[in-house]
Write a protein that binds this ligand. Sequence first.
Ligand code: IPE
Ligand code: IPE
Ligand code: MG
Length: 270
Amino acid sequence: MDVPETAERIADRLSGVSLPEHVAIVMDGNGRWAQQRGQPRHAGHYAGVQAVRGVIEVCARLQVRALTLFAFSSENWRRPKAEVRVLMELFRTTLDRELAELKRNNIRLRFIGERGRLEKGLQQRLTLAEEETAANDALTLVVATSYGGRWELSEATRRLASAAVRGELDPAQIDEAALRSALCAPDIPDPDLFIRTGGEQRLSNFLLWQLAYTELYFTETLWPDFTPDELAVALEDFAERERRFGELGSKQGAGEQQLAAVPLGQARDA
Ligand code: IPE
Ligand code: IPE
Ligand code: MG
């Protein structure tokens, strides 16, 4: 697959479609993809890298502001040691191999998750990649690794409590904005669209705070098979959604205006 050419075609296909500013993806189904082919699970993880390249390329081309990819969860540490080792090694080699290309494309890298659990060398690479891409202002690529939504919220709570104990924060001031400010990447707006491949319909502890009003999209497609065209289908589906955020939507809003036009007594009798 010629990735840049595919991205051009997708951009044509989606021209005029209203796009999300932030897409968050649970890349699930690698193990099953491999098992279906009689291969070991790690073959699916390797195969998934191409799908990662495809979505990054398309999001960058479409000028999506942020893309968050769930690479490894807090709970994934409970997998067999050999699989964890393969995943960490793949993460490190992919980062090393792709960093130059990401930089060339003006992509900013950020990592969210419990870094202290990662190997020291990998921790340093993450920090370096963040520093070296900090000034890039096309797509922001957020990679969630060793990440769990509950971990992030516990961590945020601890930070606020510490600030309160130091006398820097009045507990009465703790509101939604204060809690958000203590999250891993408070400056990045919440995802507009969540995509999960692999057929499971759950969040698996991903971005629990940030997904409160995100549009959810699930597909049976296993992650290594998730092509730019499948991403285009998800984006087209998103464009059809009506987001209401608890308010009245355009249809209900129109009904409200009609009601307002009816004299009060008649409306009550109706
Ligand atoms: C997603 O694929 C990758 C990670 C969780 C790291 P899985 O490894 O969960 O694949 P399935 O769900 O077992 O098929
Ligand atoms: C979610 O997939 C985590 C990632 C894709 C990194 P899992 O395969 O770990 O989720 P569960 O166990 O099916 O909920
Ligand atoms: Mg899975």
